[in-house]
Design a protein around this ligand. Sequence first.
Ligand code: BEZ
Length: 238
Amino acid sequence: MSGLWVIGYGSLIYKPPPYTSFRVSGYLKGFIRRFWQSSSDHRGTPESPGRVVTLIPLQDLKDNDKFHNSLHLYELGGRESGLGDVTPRDIQDIAHKVNELDEDDLRVWGVAYYIEPENVPKVKEYLDVREQDGYSTHRVPFHIVEFEDDHEILQLVPKNEAGDSYIESMIYIGTIDNESFIGPESIDETAGVISKSRGPSGPNIEYLVNLNNAIRQLDNNRARDYYLEDLVGLATAS
Ligand code: BEZ
């Protein structure tokens, strides 16, 4: 049996699974991160579900106009340039920009943990229990930017044509067709839900703030996620 790489882009960033040997940080290409997965078992209850993160792949963003406004505001810089209010005239233009995007244009910062072969079954079992509620496992490339340990396994990591080190890793994603996916949801609405929700794992706001703080520390404090930063501002003010 070989070892396993597990990617964290949500709570796994600040709360690692057990039996990890070391972690690297970096990014995924071709996804956006949103608080569009409802949580009735961790940060909310069945009566009052909270919100946790999932990833939406580029192809789903291209295929579904309903996601374009959120993409326009954050990854396409619409909010920064003051073009927050989309008029019907802008819609075609935004759709064109989304269709022109390629995977390199979308980056989600996160971490990947290495699990030694003998610990793989225990970690998989732990994560399958911890991460229920609509998530399924996938394998995607993860691009390494920094590592905290010079473990020998890192010598075996392949490089792509641009010379970047990447690994194929296991990841949990709540795909857009799972029953707990609630996107698109406006950032104001999401902030309102997060500010009042609480579940068996604690207050929803704690998950959001811990995640944002943990991401800010990646890449020598250079990593940013503007959607998360706005959400923290709105949820802590509500
Ligand atoms: C995570 O990366 O923390 C994660 C996100 C969603 C499901 C499972 C793990």
